[in-house]
Design a protein around this ligand. Structure first.
Ligand code: NAP
Length: 304
């Protein structure tokens, strides 16, 4: 049997840490780096090697995965001082699984190509739950040959993996995904607020509606959290605002109106203005409550 490639993992946040753990558990020799070093500890105790910089991660890896926040963050850990590019040899594959700009992705890919490094953009959908369980949807852009080489790794992390086209196509797919997610969560908030105001039992409401045509990931996973008032992330409001900024930039470049997305962006801004930017996107219910002058969280409804 062929030896498993050495994998490097940069960015051990809500998503990165469970993804890195899955790779370690699947037997990949793993080197990790995180800006806040304390987040590396549990993986090092579990058998990963801790690096002192992204450069050192690259020196010890055949494939490097980045899972950081935004475009400038990927640029920093890949192209910046002591970045991946400084430790990379020809043939290394960089997989960026963060959600960033498709345009910046293409720029990074061509800088890396000058050094013989191949890049795949492979953003994900499925949340922290999907990261833990290895059930993410992974949308990949970049050379097909590199995609095929990395498939065994993607299969440890996700259950639906699709090659979408050249570099940037993965990120563009993710932005379209975010449009659907954003409007869907707004729909969940409005449906729940109406149900609460009308005095329906909210647990029973979710139970029946989830099984019908209105069923969705947002409804199943975030609906119960909204009712309980559990606002912990998950997917942070601040990150969804970043994603919708990228969506609206892309739409603007393409001269495309996206009115629903723009509306939800403003609702999320209102939540951020309440000081809740670090909370999960289910905190959108707080903005809805403000508009309604009515509290949904903590309300189960009548028993009639
Ligand atoms: P998170 O918990 O906030 O973690 C972000 C990670 O990036 C941390 O490890 C952070 O390091 C690191 N980082 C950020 N900027 C950096 C920089 N300039 N240099 C070095 N490290 C940097 O975020 P997350 O939820 O894991 O999300 C990661 C990415 O996945 C984002 O692009 C997000 O949009 C996307 N995503 C998230 C979800 C979700 O449900 N959470 C779902 C799909 C996609 P520190 O620990 O030092 O802060």
């Amino acid at each position: 049997m062929e030896a498993k490639p050495r994998v490097g993992f940069i960015g051990l946040g809500v998503m990165g840490k469970p993804m890195a753990r899955r790779l370690l558990e699947a037997g990949y020799p793993l080197t990790v780096w995180n800006r806040t070093r304390s987040k590396m500890e549990s993986l090092i105790s579990a058998g990963a090697k801790g690096a002192s910089s992204p450069k050192e991660v690259a020196e010890n890896s055949d494939i490097v995965i980045t899972m950081v926040t935004d475009s400038p963050d990927v640029e920093e850990v890949v192209l910046g001082p002591s970045g991946v590019i400084e430790g990379a040899r020809e043939g290394l594959i960089l997989i960026d699984m963060s959600t960033i700009s498709p345009y910046v992705t293409r720029r990074i890919a061509s800088r890396l190509a000058e050094k013989g490094v191949v890049m795949l953009d492979a953003p994900v959908s499925g949340g922290d739950i999907g990261a833990e369980k290895g059930t993410l949807s992974i949308m990949v852009g970049g050379p097909k040959e590199a995609y095929e080489k990395c498939l065994p790794i993607f299969k440890v992390l996700g259950k639906r993996i699709t090659h979408m086209g050249p570099n940037g196509a993965g990120q563009m797919t993710k932005l379209c995904n975010q449009v659907i997610c954003a409007i869907n969560i707004q729909a969940v908030c409005e449906g729940l607020t109406l149900a609460a105001k009308a005095g329906l039992n909210l647990e029973r409401f979710l139970e029946v509606v989830t099984a019908g045509a209105a069923g969705s990931w947002m409804l199943s996973n975030l609906g119960p959290k909204m009712i309980k008032g559990d606002l912990e992330p998950g997917f942070r409001i601040r990150h969804q605002l970043k994603d919708l900024r990228l969506v609206l930039e892309a739409a603007s470049n393409l001269k495309l109106p996206l009115p629903g997305t723009a509306l939800v962006q403003q609702m999320l801004r209102a939540v951020e203005a309440e000081g809740l930017g670090e909370k999960g996107t289910q905190a959108l219910i707080v903005a809805m409550e403000k508009l309604a002058g009515f509290k949904v969280r903590g309300r189960s409804g009548t028993e009639t």
